[in-house]
Design a protein around this ligand. Structure first.
Ligand code: HEM
Length: 401
């Protein structure tokens, strides 16, 4: 399978890997093996296993990468273990609360409606450029108080961090984003607002608070983790909806099903399909495999989400999935997908992503009931060729009346 084919549809390859066993060896280098976890139960166990570390600084300590990434980017909460992780996460959660997300909902609706207005003026559009890309970056910018004039630059640095092929460009973007957030934090410190960044600056837990470098790295993480992922929730989800007339009609008639649809679409085509990174700090037995200390363990949410041992008819979109496994265990979330991870690093932004997805689908389906995939071949949905994420570069549609 070549890489274009894999980008278009990775699921046959992931299924073939899973059929060989839920934990498979996919490479060896420098005496260390890389494993991929494709079974749902094994993936869920791995994501919560304290013997699997996310501390990349420690992992790379004895194999210098020669890179010059800004520390705010290379050393975020996502790349820490307990007890440091717990401390950072607790402080972050004092500001990034469900109430803060709920307060933002009317504004998300407003931004989505403005984008839909701009689309409505045209007969056809690329739904990525016209909606799925700008919505999350606008929302995360509002959340952090990034002024409108700076958003294009923030988006570009963030995109370069993820997708630039040239390592120097990635390194430069990491410093630009880090410097920008340092300045934004200084400005908020001088004149606090009602945004989450001001909340994070003020966040305290007894005598503890976030240091300046911790604040910068958290702000960077929120931008980087929060926007492309949500773009692909909207893009991948809309593609699935546009391929299923009955499902679209069902959601238009019964908007109360939208939250269930968001969960099922997250399961069906996860924005982080391929892998989340961990490495073993001691030997571990998982899914019949003997993982040695130092080995890399990649957990694939996309593969786990389609494990037939966990989900009946995993390759179909179904809104009536029970929240329990066939083995009788409780599922992680309604629907039981692992798209937001699981365990201590479970996505901090999941409540925000869920609200954005729900509003995006609702606005697009009600505003454009006759939206269809553009039929021309050269206009077909085009998948991005990224390693970890799965998402569309273009999603051409006709908008109907
Ligand atoms: C962590 C997915 C949206 C912030 C994670 C993880 C996953 C994930 C899989 C865990 C990675 C691991 O355990 O290795 C997603 C998806 C999203 C989304 C699929 C959209 C559909 C967001 C948003 C934000 C955000 C909107 C913030 C505004 C974070 C943060 C972490 C995280 C801060 C690290 C949590 C920790 O280390 O404790 N996300 N995410 N995410 N996500 Fe998200």
């Amino acid at each position: 399978m070549d890489s274009a084919e894999f980008s278009r549809d990775p699921y046959p390859l992931l299924a073939a890997l899973r059929a060989r066993g839920p934990v498979q060896r996919i490479g060896t280098g420098n005496g260390r093996t890389t494993w991929v976890v494709t079974g749902w139960a094994e993936a869920r166990a791995a994501l919560a296993d304290a013997r699997l570390s996310k501390d990349t600084a420690r992992y790379f300590a004895d194999r210098p990468s020669g890179r010059n990434l800004a520390p705010a980017v290379s050393r975020t909460m996502l790349a820490t273990d307990p007890p440091e992780h717990g401390r950072l996460r607790k402080l972050a959660m004092t500001a990034f609360t469900p109430a803060a997300v709920a307060r933002l909902e009317p504004r998300i609706r407003e931004i989505a409606a403005e984008l839909a207005d701009a689309l409505a003026a045209r007969g056809s559009a690329d739904l990525m450029e016209g909606f799925a890309v700008p919505l999350p970056i606008a929302v995360i910018s509002e959340l952090l108080g990034v002024p409108e004039s700076d958003r294009a630059a923030v988006r570009q640095w963030s995109n370069e961090l993820f997708a630039a092929a040239d390592p120097d460009t990635v390194d430069r973007a990491s410093h630009s984003l880090s410097d920008y957030m340092t300045q934004l934090i200084a400005a908020r410190r001088a004149a606090p607002g009602h945004d989450v960044l001001s909340g994070l600056i003020a966040a305290r837990d007894a005598s503890d608070r976030l240091s300046e470098p911790e604040l910068v790295s958290l702000a960077v993480l929120l931008v980087v983790a929060g926007h492309e992922t949500t773009t692909h929730l909207i893009g991948n989800g809309m593609l699935a909806l546009l391929q299923d007339d009955a499902l679209r009609a069902c959601l238009a008639a019964e908007p109360a099903l939208l939250p269930a649809a968001v969960e099922e679409l997250l399961r069906y085509d996860a924005p982080i399909t391929m892998a989340t990174f961990r490495y073993a700090t001691e030997p571990i037995d998982l899914g019949g495999a003997r993982i040695a200390a130092g080995d890399v363990v990649l957990v694939s949410p996309g593969a786990a989400n389609r494990d037939p041992a966990q989900f009946t008819a995993p390759d179909a979109v179904r809104l009536d999935r029970p929240g329990r496994t066939d083995r009788g265990e409780r599922a992680d979330r309604p629907g039981g997908h692992l798209s937001f991870g699981h365990g201590p690093h479970h996505c901090l932004g999941a409540p925000l992503a869920r609200v954005e997805g729900r509003i995006a689908f609702e606005v697009l389906l009600t505003r454009f009931p006759d939206m269809r995939l553009a039929a021309e071949r050269e206009d077909a949905p085009e998948w991005r060729r990224t390693r970890l994420m799965r998402g569309l570069a273009r999603l051409p549609v006709t908008l109907g009346r």
